[in-house]
Design a protein around this ligand. Structure first.
Ligand code: P6P
Length: 337
């Protein structure tokens, strides 16, 4: 087979590292293979949802006060295990765990920090709607001999991510990631269990035909958002738009990445700071969006520049094509919001 027809995610990241860091130790490829393994385990369970007892609530609530689904527990455990035994992870932080987990104290060995949402949108599984795993990777300062402070070790602005990505458990299972040299997509071939390169250098169109927002919250959006959405509906965005909203961030973002347009989760009456979490939803999505030529803001500033104050803090999220995001920002600026 021609080499570029059959390139696995692990081989691709190895090639990337060799190209950009000739003396790379292969550490990062090994780390990514931990994410690939864990998400293959999750995909296998999701594909059997309904046939085996993995659907429904686990009977507990998480740090967010949300009902934990059985697959949330399985996905979280798979990632903690597959990343915890890589030998190069210092700290793991999960949406499902209140505090970060210290894996290796010595920053020389435990040089990576991985923050993840193990199964975003999991409440959709019962109705067979796509869900996703989202991950964000930082690197601890080499030779940093300061005592490990898990909270401090994970609270960095998104600009300091060394990599980010997601796995979409949809019609097919796709791994999409970036290490800062473009965005690349891999489709899981279940016949032999490998993520194979199918989307090289994914770029987001400068404009797109879809806006994606939960319009049930329209009445409580800040005025600039409602004016923006009215402008799109009335054709004042320079094109006709359709509304698409899955209610699963990874699915809604993946469509926006491929087709263009805009995804919005503005401040609402219930979530006055936005619903989505900065560290393991907005930051990795924003990293990918910018790498693909798109934009991501909280309505006022770049998501990636937000200085985090807490692992589970929430933020408004606007992400998508340059044209639509810029138009919204102009309307919000006009409101001083
Ligand atoms: P709403 C799923 O629960 C999630 O965290 C994201 O995946 C999704 O974008 C959002 O919440 C949907 O929230 O309030 O529209 O149901």
């Amino acid at each position: 087979m021609q080499e570029d027809v059959f390139l696995t995610a692990e081989q691709h990241i190895q090639n990337e590292q060799q190209r950009s860091h000739p003396h790379a130790s292969g550490d990062f490829s090994w780390l990514l293979s931990g994410i690939a393994l864990a998400t293959k385990v999750v995909a296998a369970q999701i594909r059997r949802a309904g046939l085996v007892d993995v659907v429904g609530s686990a009977g507990t609530t998480n740090v967010q006060g949300e009902t934990v689904q059985k697959l949330d527990v399985l996905a979280n455990q798979a990632l903690l295990t597959c990343l915890g035994n890589r030998g190069n992870v210092g700290v793991l932080a999960s949406e499902e765990n209140e505090e970060p987990v210290v894996v290796l104290r010595d920053p020389h060995y435990g040089k990576y920090v991985v923050i993840f949402d193990p199964l975003d949108g999991s409440s959709n599984i019962d109705v067979n709607v796509s869900v996703g795993t989202i991950f964000s990777i930082f690197r601890r300062e080499d030779g940093d001999t300061a005592p490990l402070d898990p909270a401090a070790d994970v609270l960095h602005p998104g600009t300091q991510q060394v990599a980010a990505g997601y796995v979409l458990y949809g019609a097919s299972t796709m791994l999409v990631y970036s290490t800062g040299s473009g965005v690349h997509g891999f489709t899981l071939d279940p016949s032999f269990g490998a993520y194979v390169l199918t989307h090289r250098n994914m770029t987001m169109p400068d404009s797109g035909p879809y806006y994606s927002v939960n319009e049930a919250n329209l009445a409580s959006f800040p005025a600039g958002y409602t004016r923006f959405l009215a402008a799109l509906r009335e054709g004042r965005g320079g094109r006709n738009y359709s509304s698409r909203y899955v209610g699963s961030l990874v699915a809604d973002f993946h469509r926006t990445l491929l087709k263009g347009g805009i995804f919005l989760y503005p401040p609402t009456g219930r979530y006055d700071k936005g619903k989505l979490r900065l560290m393991y939803e907005a930051n990795p999505i924003a990293f990918l969006a910018e790498q693909a030529g798109g934009m991501a803001t909280d309505g006022a500033r770049r998501i990636l520049t937000i200085e985090p104050e807490g692992l589970h803090q929430r933020t408004p999220l606007v992400v998508g094509s340059r044209k639509e995001v810029t138009l919204l920002m102009e309307m919000l600026a006009g409101d001083g919001k």
